[in-house]
Design a protein around this ligand. Structure first.
Ligand code: G1P
Ligand code: ZN
Length: 545
């Protein structure tokens, strides 16, 4: 039967401006008639049209994923796309999409995910366009897309009943070829190229035990196949392995607060050697040793220090990059390795140019994102495999590695305090008054600390020299402590104030303090300078990670 196409009249919908990572809204908002369609049509129109192009399409399996994949396939077909590569059942992790775009040289990809935000009918949903380099579209492109959302008058869609994405194989929608693929195979092949799988296999064969918490999200099938089937980790190593539309009712956010089941296991009497978790769409990671949590900032530093143990990185570290609020632990490693360390705004898209230009090889963010030049997204399972590769080749366990690291480089105590769902006006007023006061901060004594410098971070991209301003306020103190304050760009309700606290203790100092105690003076200074409790009416953060 010939496919028929419809051109549907529509009108602009407010607020379709992509944030730190694509367009994220309540699921209910995305389900409003025309909401998804308007945005997807704007993605095509804002990137020169879909005619003749190839896209990768998939998502993290959250509620509305299946419907959205179906709509996007039919819209891409109606807009003249030549070919679509779709994950079986509409599932693809974010790193897997990035790999597929690069491997098959497509014109980009569309990812359905709100990452670590809760899913379900009352949760969040999101759509992100990734560019042909495999990375999140840079601002120049998202601005074009946003511009289209404000002028859209119609969208096109193929009128076809549900697309058969349940089995690998090929079907067509009109002239458009749709290839449904096994979501794991290409990703696993890439991991095999990067890491010493034989060494990791030997590690598991020798009785090494780990627990990987997939948090009911998309990495379940990836972790099961790679860790259990290929690398020989015992069955049951991966827990919460079946993706569910509402992530088992939890937050698929791999941090000590939301991955509490894993934390319990790793702090329990029979704790395995290694614990890890990943988020909704598989790009984040959390790392634990027996009874120990490795902060994402420390993880980046440790991975950089030992990456040479993995075949892909031996002698190949051109440089490292971290987002501005991420602790400066990796800077010390880069200095010792005599490689450059770049400081970028928050959001993975800012690493893209550095990776494309071969200036950075590893990158990371304090928000549990770590990755390398193998793709253009952060990659949760990649980080876990790099850790496994290092553990297999080094012989020390995580606790020893971390302690030796601190003895060699010093320790950057670190925590992030999030104040969630603050009324937007209050959050903006807080940041505005902080900015207004910045010039006068230097030299101020706050408690036991003295402000060394205070400014607002702006980024002059060393590759294309684009300037990104207003990327967070940074106040540093004598002795190396600092606090960074910024508003989240991924929330869907009110504003979230993120306060990042860091304190450096040199290599001969005390590395055994309770993190909260070590950071207490920095927190007090932050509160006094930014008047957080006074302005928000909160005496403490909602989430501390
Ligand atoms: C958050 C994280 C940031 C990360 C982004 C997307 O953004 O802080 O590091 O890149 O999610 O995963 P934010 O909400 O702070 O804007
Ligand atoms: Zn994510």
């Amino acid at each position: 039967m010939a496919t028929s196409y419809a051109t549907v009249q529509t009108a602009p919908i407010d607020g379709q401006k992509p944030g730190t990572s694509g367009l994220r809204k309540k699921t209910a908002v995305f389900r409003n008639p025309g909401y998804l369609e308007n945005f997807v049509q704007s993605v095509f129109d804002g990137t020169g049209g879909a005619e003749g192009k190839t896209y990768v399409i998939g998502g993290d399996g959250r509620f509305f994923n299946a419907e959205a994949v179906d709509i996007i396939i039919r819209m891409a077909a109606a807009n003249g796309a030549a070919r679509l590569i779709v994950g079986q059942n509409g599932l693809l992790s974010t790193p897997a999409v990035s790999n597929l775009i690069r491997k098959y040289g497509t014109d980009g990809g569309i990812i359905l995910s709100a990452s670590h935000n809760p899913g379900g009918e009352t949760g969040d949903f999101g759509v992100k366009f990734n560019a042909p380099n495999g990375g999140p579209a840079p601002e120049a492109i998202t601005d074009q897309i946003y511009d289209r959302t404000q002028r859209i008058t119609e969208y096109s869609i193929a009128e076809q009943v549900a697309c058969p994405v349940g089995q690998p194989g090929r079907f067509t929608v009109g002239e458009t070829l749709v290839d449904v693929i096994d979501p794991v195979a290409d990703y696993e092949a890439l991991m095999q190229e990067l890491f010493d799988f034989d060494a990791i296999r030997a590690l598991f064969a020798g009785g090494f035990r780990m627990c990987f918490d997939a948090m009911h999200a998309v990495t379940g099938p990836y972790a099961k196949r790679i860790l259990e089937d290929t690398l020989g980790a015992p069955k049951g190593t991966v827990i919460n392995a079946i993706p569910s539309p509402d992530f088992g009712g939890g937050h698929p956010d791999p941090n000590p607060v939301w991955a509490s089941q894993l934390v319990g296991i790793m702090n329990g009497p029979d704790a395995p050697d290694f614990g890890a978790a990943s988020d909704g769409d598989g790009d984040r990671n959390m790392i634990m040793g027996r009874g120990t949590f490795v902060t994402p900032s420390d993880s980046l530093a440790l991975l950089t220090a030992h990456a040479h143990l993995a075949p892909a990185y031996a002698g190949k570290l051109a440089g490292v990059a971290r987002s501005m609020p991420t602790s400066q632990a990796v800077d010390l490693v880069a200095e010792r390795l005599a490689i450059p360390c770049y400081e970028t705004p928050t959001g993975w898209k800012f690493f893209g140019n550095l990776l494309d230009a071969g200036m950075a090889t590893l990158c990371g963010e304090e928000s549990a994102g770590t990755g390398s030049d193998h793709i253009r997204e952060k990659d949760g399972l990649w980080a876990v495999l790099l850790w496994l590769n290092i553990l297999a080749r080094d012989g020390r366990n995580i606790v020893q590695l971390q302690q030796d690291h601190w003895r060699s480089f010093g320790r950057n105590y670190y925590a992030r305090h999030d104040y969630e769902e603050i009324p937007t006006e209050i959050a903006n007023a807080l940041m505005d008054s902080l900015r207004a006061g910045l010039a006068g901060f230097a030299g101020t004594e706050v408690g036991s600390l003295r402000v060394a410098a205070a400014d607002e971070f702006s980024y002059d991209d060393p590759v294309d020299h684009s300037l990104t301003e207003g990327q967070g306020v940074c106040i540093s103190f004598d002795g190396g402590a600092r606090v960074v304050l910024r508003l989240s760009g991924t929330g869907t309700q009110g504003a979230t104030l993120r306060v990042y606290l860091e304190r450096y203790v040199g290599k001969d100092g005390d590395h055994g303090m309770v993190v909260h105690d070590a950071l207490e003076p920095v927190l007090r200074a932050a509160d006094s300078l930014a008047r957080i409790s006074e302005r928000t009416g909160r005496d403490k953060a909602d989430v501390i990670t």
